[in-house]
Design a binder for this molecule. Structure first.
Ligand code: GLC
Length: 639
């Protein structure tokens, strides 16, 4: 039982529920965990007492209507595992100008079936380069380009009325160099210099550098930046203008807890913990995924749960599959760290399968990942605002008889226009010629051939890309977890090259996959024989089915099967009754078959008739096999 379940149980015993008494109860229930976590990092009793006082103060500040919502949520169980949730990620300004503009588009979400929104950063940031708002000047002040605090309040109110869940970022690892703490540090203020990692010479930085990888090697090499105002080096793992926060300092934790609570008090349902793998630095290590980082995250979780139990956390840990799982919490922290994590492994493996037309690596890698805790779930996605990293397991690549370096080169060649036969139009991101490492940017549609298909008026290529876009979304809609569609992908949006003309963006080609939402096109989508209409129609249809298929709720009921055909992905969403769904996808550009005897072992008997809920057609294994068209997706139910 995790702490959330314990709170639910305890509050169910209380007859007259009152938000203040329940706060005390949650505090009592979490206290020993909070204490252990706190003293695993910090060592002063007085700081611990200050934290306890802070919890009470922060709870006092929580608006009454959210306290009520917290109580209601406690009784609702794990709402984030429901099949009824379908998400979208968007940049407010690229979607429809600002927060007010977004409010005008709420019907669009309803029409498509979206009821969970991740709004990209909306707080103040430096004027020029700002990493898309991930360099924060403030954690709470809304950047005027998006509107006002009042606009956001109105919007969250509308979200609640329409049962739309809201996710916002908490950039927990760093601030911008213009944040008030950084500004004070730059004036020589020692207290605020202690909020960051600052060094008077290169001795410590050089020792760290021996083991630290580079996140942005071409635009921001190294992990330290020289600050002439104070003649010191400051740790900047991401961009040179993003200063890493020093969590060895308890004041940093306390201030950040207040910022986290303020975010939750806006009415945020899910807080996206940005770059959380980097929270703790230790010399001699790569300073990622360290046990202390997990303790800090769990400490945030346990404190926020006492203050605002209705808000849950998403781990943005784009790391190796086994490392990602740890963000759900292990040992005493199991189920007490983040409730949700990005399924970055699935995302990368899907792109691998598209390029290779084969599913063996996907099958091997996903089946090797241990079961996640029952109270946790994934965000399943194909594309987002970032690049696609090739976080594939070298051991499994080798087991398939491929050379890991050669295979990665093949993927970069395939997606980044380094062959003349690939349909993909991606760009190479952060390529390091010394190691051959690189990542991929580009919109889903451009990576899947739509851009080239349209440019060359190649109908076959266009049809294949529409089928691929649909199939990949069909997978994330049925895999188990919250499917997160990246705004624009629902209408097959192509790469946007306008970033090349903007000095603050041109060095970061992730902007190629951060397009403006094309409302002119959307208004004319209805009943048109264009690829964008087909994509939109197909996704809308799949979303309706997902929401009406209870077995798609995440109950850890995913079972990956060997399909007996290297091009086919086969998995089952199991159920105790006959309502399970068998998902089949063909990653090849030729028709492919699955042997009926294999399916019969799964109780999907030969000669039995199945219903493909997507096409509405019956499927029989008459001839002993099941045939799938290129890039076809089937969701089969027993009749
Ligand atoms: C996360 C964001 C990415 C950003 C980085 C640094 O990985 O997704 O866009 O550059 O954090 O904040």
């Amino acid at each position: 039982m995790n702490q959330a379940a314990l709170h639910d149980l305890l509050s169910s015993k209380v007859k007259k529920k009152n938000t203040e008494d329940l706060f005390e109860l949650r505090l009592a229930a979490n206290l020993s965990l909070i204490k252990d976590l706190f003293f695993s990092i910090y060592n002063k009793e007085k700081d611990f007492h200050a934290l306890l006082q802070k919890l009470t103060q922060l709870h006092k500040k929580r608006p009454a209507h959210l306290k009520e919502q917290d109580l209601a949520r406690l009784g609702q169980g794990n709402w984030y595992q429901s099949e009824k949730l379908v998400g979208m990620q968007l940049y407010v300004d690229h979607f429809n100008k600002d927060l007010k503009g977004l409010e005008k588009k709420l019907d669009y979400f309803e029409h498509l079936g979206i009821n969970f929104l991740h709004l990209m950063p909306i707080t103040t940031r430096p004027k020029d380069e700002n990493d898309g708002g991930y360099a924060v000047n403030s954690y709470t002040k809304i950047d005027p380009r998006y509107g006002t605090q009042k606009d956001l309040q109105r919007l969250t109110q509308k979200f609640r009325e329409r049962n739309i869940y809201l996710m916002l970022d908490f950039v927990v690892n760093h601030t911008s160099d213009e944040h008030e703490w950084a500004k004070k540090a730059k004036t020589g203020n020692k207290e605020y210099q202690g909020y960051y990692y600052t060094y008077k010479d290169r001795m410590v930085p050089d020792m760290f550098e021996k083991n630290l990888p580079e996140v942005f090697p071409t635009t921001s090499p190294g992990n330290y930046t020289y600050i002439p105002e104070i003649e010191k080096w400051v740790m900047t793992v991401f961009n040179s203008y993003q200063w890493d926060l020093n969590y060895t300092n308890p004041k940093v934790f306390m201030e950040m807890l207040a910022n986290l609570t303020a975010l939750s008090n806006i009415g945020v349902d899910v807080v996206r913990f940005d770059a959380l793998a980097f929270l703790w630095k230790k010399m001699g290590t790569d300073s990622q995924n360290l046990p202390e980082a997990h303790n800090i995250i769990s400490l945030f979780r346990m404190c926020l749960q006492v203050i605002a139990p209705g808000t849950i956390l998403l781990a943005e840990a784009i790391v190796a599959p086994r490392q990602i799982l740890k963000y759900f919490g292990e040992g005493p922290k199991k189920g007490n760290e983040c409730e949700v994590a990005y399924n970055a492994s699935l995302m990368a493996l899907l792109w691998n399968s598209i390029a290779t037309k084969k599913t063996a690596l996907l099958h091997k890698s996903i089946t090797a990942v241990p079961q996640k805790p029952d109270d946790c779930t994934w965000i399943n996605y194909i594309r987002c605002h970032d690049d696609i990293g090739l976080g594939l397991d070298n051991g499994y690549i080798q087991e398939l008889g491929w050379n890991p370096q050669g295979h990665r080169k093949f993927l970069l060649d395939y997606y980044c226009q380094r062959t003349d036969w690939s349909p993909a139009k991606g760009l190479l991101f952060m390529y390091n010629p010394k190691t051959g490492d690189g990542r991929i940017t580009g919109s889903a549609a451009s990576l899947l051939g739509l851009e080239q298909g349209i440019a060359t008026k190649n109908d076959k290529l266009i049809a294949a890309s529409v089928a691929k876009i649909t199939m990949l979304h069909g997978i994330i809609l049925s895999f188990g977890g919250i499917p997160l569609i990246y705004a624009g992908d629902e209408i097959g949006t192509l790469n946007d090259y306008s970033f090349l003309k903007d000095d603050a963006k041109k060095e970061d080609n992730r902007w190629v996959n951060r397009p403006q939402q094309n409302w002119r096109l959307i208004e004319s989508l209805e009943n048109r024989d264009i690829p964008q209409s087909k994509v939109y129609g197909a996704l809308k249809h799949l979303i309706v089915i997902r929401k009406n298929t209870p077995v798609f709720a995440d109950r850890n009921n995913l079972c990956l099967h060997y399909a007996g055909n290297e091009h086919i992905l086969l998995f089952e969403r199991t159920s105790f009754s006959k309502d399970g769904v068998l998902v089949l996808c063909n990653f090849d550009d030729n028709p492919q078959v699955v042997d009926g005897s294999l399916l019969s072992k799964l109780n999907y008997l030969k000669d039995q008739t199945y219903h493909d809920v997507i096409s509405g057609k019956s499927v029989t294994l008459n001839s002993g096999f099941l045939e799938l068209d290129p890039y076809q997706l089937l969701w089969l139910k027993q009749v």
